[in-house]
Design a protein around this ligand. Structure first.
Ligand code: NAP
Length: 223
């Protein structure tokens, strides 16, 4: 049985990834900050694991707990948007640290700790955002979030190059503008549509596209 490990799996896109992979017959380790409150994740049938991606002790404990476990797919999904405002609005140190630690440091730590558990031929999918694309940027605002996802994109590219010799494919994904707590009720698409699309993109991602950036329809996005 194929195994997926998903961060931020207790709500939003992470919970939808969990439900769809379980429905597809996968085993899923659903990670979250507060397992005691992750009722939907547990009732979906996931194995619930505590993992705050900004806590080094949690990351280290997860790696130890997974010793000897072979992961087919790692989904680095956990993320925060931070304060939204004009490009030149002041950013507090606290906001900067929270967004950068969650969206950049977290995936870097998770990758370093868990990449060895991903089997040759396995994949790592990173939830980025089109807002992190410099090449596609045509409006301002949410500078901190954009900067965090642009940084994540650089991390994905670098990791993909390092993982090539191990046969592990790493891609960045834009889920679309999705109706979740982060995307809001006025977003374009629902989580089921977004995740079904991203699953197809992940499924079709061969080693030659490692280090590339796709939206949920499979369209490539410029860095
Ligand atoms: N929704 C969109 O339109 C959209 C668009 C582009 C990209 N994305 C990206 O897609 C991913 C998922 O977004 P979403 O819409 O599902 O967001 P969401 O509904 O706000 O859910 C975010 C998830 O991340 C978890 N999380 C936050 N900080 C964490 C930490 N330090 N450690 C572990 N988990 C943490 C949350 O857990 P708690 O419940 O504990 O807070 C929650 O499970 C994010 O990376 C986001 O940037 C979303």
């Amino acid at each position: 049985m194929a195994l997926a490990l998903i961060t931020g799996a207790n709500r939003g896109l992470g919970l939808e990834f969990t439900r769809q992979y379980l429905h597809g017959g996968w085993r899923v380790i659903g990670c979250c900050r507060d397992p005691g409150a992750a009722h939907e994740l547990a009732s979906a049938g996931a194995e619930v694991m505590k993992l705050d991606v900004t806590q080094a002790a949690d990351v280290s404990a997860a790696s130890k707990r997974l010793a000897g476990t072979s992961i087919d797919l790692l989904v680095c999904n956990a993320g925060v948007s931070g304060a939204r405002g004009p490009a030149l609005s002041p950013v507090t140190q606290a906001d900067f640290d929270q967004v950068m630690h969650t969206n950049v440091l977290g995936p870097m730590w998770i990758s370093a700790a868990l990449a060895d558990h991903v089997r040759p031929g396995g994949k790592i999918a990173y939830l980025s955002s089109r807002m992190g694309s410099i090449g596609a940027m045509n409006n301002a605002g949410s500078t901190l979030y954009r900067a965090s996802k642009a940084a994540l994109n650089a991390v994905v590219k670098a990791i993909s190059l390092e993982l090539a010799s191990r046969g592990v494919t790493a891609i960045a994904l834009h889920p679309g503008w999705v109706k979740t707590d982060m995307g809001g009720a006025g977003a374009d698409i629902d989580a089921a549509t977004s995740v079904a699309g991203m699953r197809a993109v992940i499924e079709g991602a061969e080693s030659r596209v490692s280090g590339h950036f796709f939206d949920y329809t499979g369209k490539e996005i410029p860095w």
